[in-house]
Write a protein that binds this ligand. Structure first.
Ligand code: FHN
Length: 409
C-alpha cells in the first residue's frame, strides 16, 4: 500500500487553509504568461536566450514572505521548475538553472532562509512533470537518452527539494493530464513509460513525513496522493472546463489566479477585488478546501503592487476573522448564494457575504445552537424562529464590508 503523509501533516495542512502560489521563471521576462514557449512556438534554442537576460534585481525574499504573512497565507508553493524546464533553484541535476543567469543567486534558498527566520509561513514546491526542454523528455531520438534518464532527473530533483530546504509543506505536481494531453505532454506516453508515482510519492513521504502530495491531474486522486486539488473552480464545479466534478474523501485544495494568468502577464489588469478574494477563501473553507492563491511576479522579482495590496486586504480581514477560517472544517449549514458556513467542533461560523435584506434565515441550523454573536465585535444577535427557520437580523453598524461572521454556539 502506498504511503500517505502523517496524520499530523494532513491535519496541519487543513488547519492552515490559505496559501500563496507563485509562478515565476524565465517566461516572466516575455511577460505573456508561463505557456508562452508553447503558445508562441518558441524553439528551445531561442527560449534559452532568456537565460542571460534573467536578473531580478528587485527580488527580496523577506518581502515576499512578509506579503504572504501579512495576507494570512500560511504556505507558499513556488515553481521549482515549470513546463519550460528551467530550474529556479541551484539544482545539481541541470545547468539550465537560475544560478547560471546574471542573477547568480538561488531565490528558493533565499525564500527558505527568510521563512526559517519566522514561524508563520511554510515553503512548498511546484514541480512540473512535463518538461519542454529536457533532452530525455522530448528529444530522446536526438539525444540518445532514454525515458529512464528523465525519471532519474525528475525523481532526483524531488529528492533535492525534500532534502535541501528544511521541512516543507507540500510537493505539488503538474503536467500529467490524462484527459487532455497536449503534443509535448504526450512524450511520456510515446516512451511507454510512467512517472513511477509509487516510488516518487514514497520518496516524499519518507523524506518529509508531514508534507502532503498534490498532483494536479484533473482526475480522481491516485494512491499516495494526500490532497485532491481543483483549479480555478470550487470542488465539484467545472467552469474552467478541465476539472473533474467527482470529489474524493481526501482533504481538498482550490488553486486560483489573482488575475487571469498564472505567470506574469503585463497585459492582465483584471485583478480580483479583496472582497471577492475573501469570498473565494471562505467559500473554499466552507467545503473543506484550502485556498491557494497565485501571484506571478515580474522579471525584476517584484510581486505586482496591486496584487500585494489585495492580498494584504485579505490579511486585514483575517486578522479579525481568522478564527472562522484557520483550523475549521467544512460547514454543517448548507451554503446559499449569500451565506456559507465553517465549523470547529460545536462552534459554527455563518459567513454573511451579501445583504439582500437585513435578516438571514437558516433552514438547517445545527441542533444545540442557542447563541449568536458577531465575531469582529462580539455584539450579541437574537435568534428568532419563523416558519421552521432560524432568523438572524444583523444591524448595519455590525456588518463587515466583505463578510460578516456570526459565531453560533
Ligand atoms: O499548465 C499549468 C499552468 O501553467 C499552471 O501551472 C496551472 C496551475 O494550476 N496548472 C497547469 C494547467 O492545469
Amino acid at each position: 500500500m502506498a504511503k500517505q503523509a502523517s496524520q499530523h501533516g494532513l491535519d496541519h495542512f487543513q488547519d492552515i487553509r490559505f496559501g500563496m502560489f507563485i509562478h515565476w521563471g524565465l517566461y516572466s521576462i516575455i511577460a505573456k504568461q508561463e505557456w508562452v514557449m508553447h503558445t508562441d512556438r518558441i524553439p528551445v534554442s531561442e527560449y534559452e536566450k532568456l537565460v542571460p537576460q534573467f536578473n531580478p534585481v528587485k527580488f527580496n525574499a523577506d518581502e515576499w514572505v512578509s506579503i504572504a504573512a501579512d495576507a494570512g497565507q500560511k504556505y507558499m508553493v513556488i515553481t521549482s521548475r515549470h513546463h519550460d524546464g528551467f530550474s529556479m533553484y541551484n539544482t545539481a541535476l541541470s545547468d539550465y538553472k537560475v544560478t547560471n543567469t546574471p542573477f547568480k543567486r538561488d531565490p528558493i534558498q533565499e525564500l527558505a532562509d527568510a521563512i526559517a527566520k519566522r514561524n508563520d509561513v511554510q515553503l512548498g514546491f511546484y514541480s512540473s512533470l512535463l518538461d519542454w526542454h529536457h533532452p530525455a523528455y522530448r528529444f530522446r531520438k536526438e539525444s540518445g537518452l532514454a525515458w529512464a534518464d528523465y525519471l532519474a532527473f525528475l525523481h532526483g530533483q524531488v529528492r533535492e527539494l525534500c532534502t535541501n530546504f528544511g521541512d516543507i509543506a507540500c510537493v505539488w505536481f503538474d503536467g500529467d493530464w490524462p484527459r487532455h494531453a497536449i503534443d509535448e505532454s504526450n512524450a511520456y506516453f510515446e516512451a511507454g513509460g510512467s512517472f513511477e508515482y509509487d516510488q516518487l510519492y514514497d520518496l516524499i513521504h519518507t523524506l518529509q513525513p508531514n508534507a502532503v502530495v498534490i498532483n494536479n491531474r484533473h482526475e480522481d486522486p491516485l494512491p499516495g496522493e494526500d490532497i485532491q486539488g481543483f483549479e480555478q473552480d470550487l470542488p465539484g464545479v467545472n467552469t474552467a472546463g478541465f476539472n473533474t466534478t467527482t470529489i474524493s474523501p481526501l482533504p481538498l485544495e482550490v488553486c486560483m489566479t489573482i488575475n487571469d494568468h498564472w505567470g506574469y502577464s503585463a497585459a492582465d489588469a483584471n485583478t480580483k477585488s479583496t472582497r471577492h478574494l475573501v469570498h473565494l477563501l471562505v467559500r473554499s473553507a466552507s467545503v473543506g478546501a484550502n485556498y491557494l492563491l497565485n501571484v506571478g511576479p515580474t522579471a525584476l522579482g517584484e510581486i505586482v503592487p496591486t496584487h500585494a495590496a489585495r492580498l494584504r486586504g485579505v490579511g486585514e480581514w483575517l486578522k479579525v476573522n481568522g478564527e472562522s477560517v484557520y483550523g475549521t472544517r467544512a460547514g454543517a449549514i448548507a451554503p446559499t448564494e449569500h451565506t456559507v458556513s465553517t465549523r470547529k467542533d460545536d462552534t459554527h461560523y455563518l459567513h454573511v457575504l451579501n445583504y439582500t435584506s437585513d435578516c438571514v434565515s437558516v433552514a438547517d441550523m445545527p441542533s444545540g445552537v442557542t447563541q449568536a454573536r458577531v465575531l469582529h465585535n462580539g455584539a450579541p444577535l437574537s435568534l428568532e424562529q419563523k416558519d421552521g427557520k432560524t432568523v438572524l437580523c444583523i444591524p448595519e453598524a455590525h456588518r463587515d464590508a466583505f463578510d460578516t461572521v456570526v459565531v453560533l454556539s
